[in-house]
Design a protein around this ligand. Structure first.
Ligand code: ZN
Length: 252
């Protein structure tokens, strides 16, 4: 049921203000780093929301969760600087413990009403076989927040801070199995790699392998986009109107 003009395909490359909602420090760089660098180079403003502190992302038993969280905060800032991201809001959820709650939806909705983005980028909560709860729950709560932010009676307490209801033009899902949009990131791919590499606690052990995985993934996206060369990132871009009572969203 998406007959209004808001169901027209949204052009991700036209976005002037982007809000990227990521479960952990590093998801945005992995899923959309090349696109973020490309759009921020073109003058767009990019804001992040990082839901968890990343404090469980290690196999090293000698590291405390607090130490790791501090390390990852610094790594995230380094990565953002490389991509030209303006600002990051940490929501402070414990890594691996995100619940699909009205509280989280409301936290994200409040920031949507403040930043008023052209597009909300988040992880695809409908990714088949996604076993990490933080990814499923953050993707879903960000989708719900984007869908419902236009209703003033939902999260009405935001109005007391002067934050009014806002109709989000589009949601772009990164790390998706069902893309409908491919962004040529050939020119910013090296910076994407540097931004991923900035997450030393996650990729420091075997960067050569991670580098080649990310590169072959970007080449695979190029083939999916029908190109014979270049490096691409893939997204499923939908209008909020397509995210409700729509039995054809998979094909749109
Ligand atoms: Zn993650």
């Amino acid at each position: 049921m998406s007959s209004d003009k808001l169901s027209e395909k949204y052009e991700l490359s036209q976005a002037k203000t982007l809000l990227v909602v990521q479960p952990h420090p590093d998801d945005a760089e992995i899923g959309a780093g090349g696109t973020i660098a490309k759009l921020s180079d073109a003058g767009s403003s990019v804001f992040y929301v990082t839901v968890t502190d990343g404090s469980m992302g290690t196999l090293d038993k000698t590291l405390s969760p607090e130490e790791l969280a501090r390390k990852r905060m610094k790594e995230q800032e380094d990565a953002m600087r490389l991509l030209g991201v303006r600002e990051n809001r940490w929501l402070g959820w414990k890594d691996s413990e995100v619940t699909p709650s009205q509280h989280l939806r409301n936290q994200i909705m409040r920031i949507i009403r403040e930043v008023r983005p052209d597009v909300v980028i988040t992880v695809d909560p409908w990714l088949p076989y996604e076993a990490h709860p933080d990814h499923r729950h953050v993707g879903m709560m960000a989708s719900e927040a984007a869908l419902l932010a236009k209703f003033p009676l939902i999260g009405s307490e935001h109005a007391k801070e002067g934050l009014n209801a806002f109709s989000v033009p589009a949601v772009a899902y990164m790390i998706t199995a069902n893309p409908n949009t491919f962004v040529d990131v050939t020119n910013t791919f090296e910076r994407k790699l540097k931004a991923v590499q900035a997450h030393v606690s996650q990729f420091g052990d075997d960067w050569t392998t991670y580098r080649s995985l990310l590169t072959s993934h970007a080449e695979k996206n190029a083939r999916k986009a029908g190109r014979t060369g270049g490096l691409f990132e893939a997204f499923k871009v939908l209008r909020p109107a397509q995210l409700h009572v729509n039995d054809d969203a998979e094909n749109e």
